[in-house]
Design a protein around this ligand. Sequence first.
Ligand SMILES: [Zn+2]
Ligand SMILES: [Zn+2]
Length: 435
Amino acid sequence: MRLMSDTRTRITAGGLAIGLVAGLALTAGSAWVSTAQAEEPAKLSPTKARARDVYYPNTEDLAADEMRVIACGTGMPTTRMKQAAACFLVELGNGDKFLFDAGTGSSERIAALQIPYNWLDKIFIGHLHSDHFGAVPEYWIGGALMGRNQQLRVWGPSGRIPELGTKAAMDAMTKMYLWDITGRVGNVDPRGYKLEVNEFDYKGENQVVYNENGVTIRSFPAVHAIDGAVSYSLEWNGLKFVFGSDTFPNKWFDKFARNADLAVHECFIAAPDIVKKLGFTPESALLVGTQIHTAPEAFGKVMSGVKPRMAVAYHFFKDFDTTAQVYNRIRKTYDGPLSLAEDFMVWNVTKKEIRERMAVVEESTWSPPTTRPNIAPGKDDRATFAKNKGLPAEAIGYSDFIAGGKMNMDDVLRPIYEEASKAVGKELKYPEKGK
Ligand SMILES: [Zn+2]
Ligand SMILES: [Zn+2]
């Protein structure tokens, strides 16, 4: 088990003020209530489990009126182990789950939560920068291998021209991974490799892009790099989650993020650190850090207008020597409730309370349970696939040349089939030579 961070490391990482101020803003007054229960001294240590101030995935019920949000990526396109790029998971008390952005590196964070993949089949992409959708291919293919045996559903904006839209990106992705998918056909359950793409107009202003099971997701334009970036709001059961993806402060977020319980908005590295730590020139640090992205001071100004129950800042490298800069600059323009996000930060949101904690996750992840049985690959899978893709049938499988390079392993592999057949009580046929 790996403790990504806890309250103490947050305090040393972000300065004492962060822990205290966030705590105070969160539950006014409760920061002064000790969590250590006054107990009669016992002779031996108590054997009952005690409540802990961390979230262990799959150990807590979600109430019917509760929302849980988990940061599965809070970093940047410049990759690092500590923070994957943008990804936020929203879980609702009705059982629904949604991913907002799937930036590079985030799929292993999602995997660490051990949630069955059939329940994680919906991704909403804010814009097509790699740090916001770069994990879609690995999530698409890796997710299918991890037990998602139904199609992956993706939502994302159009572009000014069709080539710059989500549909074009997903089409290109399936083309790019043609060898990958072709090599899997006939070997595994094929259903998880299906992709449903829902592209919508990036200019829609608070347009409904999803409306199922009492959950309404809307999109509105964002101002970032070129046309075709959007932000989202999710409303359910009187709770509202807003995800900005990337954007310069804009009028749509200011208008449509109001009344948010949790408002996630990018907050970039403070400009001096972009120069010092990322090696940018001052000119380009100012452009990227204040014009393309949202500077901490600007993030604060946005949140002072929106006034969410909790403002969540992400998209900066959160280190011991950079966090204070971000925090102090936000506090020049905003004094409300604030979370400085990092990977595996968790928010439990009810009408009564917003609780912020860190998750403790298992690094050695295997497939979580499937929600419906896998099917064995069919005999005709390859032929059907080849026909649908317009590929010559002989392109799938081995040529005689490559098949002829196989060493004879019959004597060591045949017994594995016999062992398995005996164990499951039916004959599992050893493949014919060369297949
Ligand atoms: Zn971006
Ligand atoms: Zn970004």
